[in-house]
Design a protein around this ligand. Structure first.
Ligand code: UDP
Ligand code: MG
Length: 322
């Protein structure tokens, strides 16, 4: 019998968990030929999430849980879940039913009948999302796909079903600064994309503020492109060329018309602009430096406080030696 693991990150999801389990129960009944394990990762929730997970584990042995010592973020939760997943097929999905579990039978059928290693999903629209958030997301995808060799699909969800070989490859990437949308693409393998209409959360609230999304996008850009690092050199060369032309023009003008003292306000503006650009470029270098700094510390990606798999599970999501 084939085994399927479902990895579900949960952060303060007491309201959504029972609804999710109800929906997933129906799907598991429908796919009766497969043995399931649901791996819920409690990402340091401060509500009753862990209590509910324990109750679910008691009443249904297929429900397992890992609980972090604090909030490590969704990326760390996904990594921990994938690490402890033992299935031939592994799916990752959100608990708020924005990733419809009803798609699983179709995703499984594709992997069984067609020669794909993974079935990924993306939203066909952004209905119900604030306009400003949609605009920022679209801009992010445009920028990153211009400067990164790894294609990051616009509207892609972290909802996908993978074969074991792909999961093992993803686990090989034990970096501290994680950006799953990039990691899934970077490892390669044949992926089929399914589209579905955007649906709202079944319960609870989104955990992503605009600020959090912004740092997530910086994570994506610094993780999968080094193009911003060459920005300083490009701008520097442009400014040098511009200044050579200006020097020539000014010398010529002085020789022809004399040298009246004027133009200091424009000079101040230029100084402000150039120093602004310099600081901006230094900031970019700093961004990469800070990521490298955190990476070299080799801190664990997550720390477990509690788990239904106490003997088997790893307590620390330690990074592999390089
Ligand atoms: N999540 C998490 N840790 C966090 C934030 C979110 O594990 O720090 C989980 C959350 O419980 C949910 C999924 O990640 O299952 C997606 O979060 P959310 O629905 O808030 O994001 P959105 O769908 O609004 O992008
Ligand atoms: Mg959601």
């Amino acid at each position: 019998m084939k085994k399927m693991s479902i990895v579900v990150p949960c952060y303060n999801e007491e309201a959504a968990l029972p609804v999710y389990y109800g929906e997933m129960f129906r799907v598991m009944e429908e796919m009766s030929g497969i043995s399931f394990e649901l791996i819920f990762v409690d990402d340091g929730s401060s509500d009753k999430t862990l209590k509910i997970l324990k109750e679910m584990h008691e009443s249904d042995g297929r429900c397992k849980y890992l609980s972090f010592s604090r909030n490590f973020g969704k990326e760390a939760a996904l990594y921990a879940g994938l690490k402890s997943a033992g299935g031939d097929y592994v799916a990752t999905m959100d608990v708020d039913l924005q990733d419809p579990p009803g798609l699983l039978p179709e995703m499984y059928r594709i992997l069984e009948e067609e020669s794909y290693d993974s079935v990924a999903t993306k939203r066909s629209d952004r209905a119900g999302e604030p306009k400003i958030r949609s605009f920022l997301s679209e801009s992010f995808y445009k920028v990153i796909n211009r400067i990164s060799k790894t294609e990051i699909v616009s509207g892609a969800r972290d909802y996908r079903l993978m074969r074991r070989n792909m999961v093992d490859a993803v686990l090989k990437m034990s970096e501290y600064n994680r950006f799953s949308k990039g990691i899934f693409e970077w490892v390669g393998f044949r992926t089929k994309w399914l589209e579905f209409r955007n649906v709202g959360r079944c319960a609870g609230e989104t955990k992503w503020s605009v600020g959090k999304l912004f740092s997530y996008s910086i994570e994506g850009i610094t993780g999968f492109s080094v193009a911003p690092l060459s920005l300083a050199s490009v701008i520097g060369v442009m400014f040098c060329l511009f200044s050579f032309v200006m020097i020539f023009v000014i010398i010529l003008r002085t020789l022809v018309w004399g040298d009246p003292v004027s133009g200091w306000p424009s000079l101040v503006c230029i100084i402000f602009m150039v120093s602004g650009i310099q600081l901006f470029c230094t900031g970019i270098v700093g961004e990469y430096l800070s990521k490298t700094y955190l990476e070299t510390k080799r801190r664990p990606i997550f720390i477990l406080k509690d788990s239904s798999e106490r003997d088997k599970g790893e307590t620390y999501g330690e990074q592999k030696e390089v």
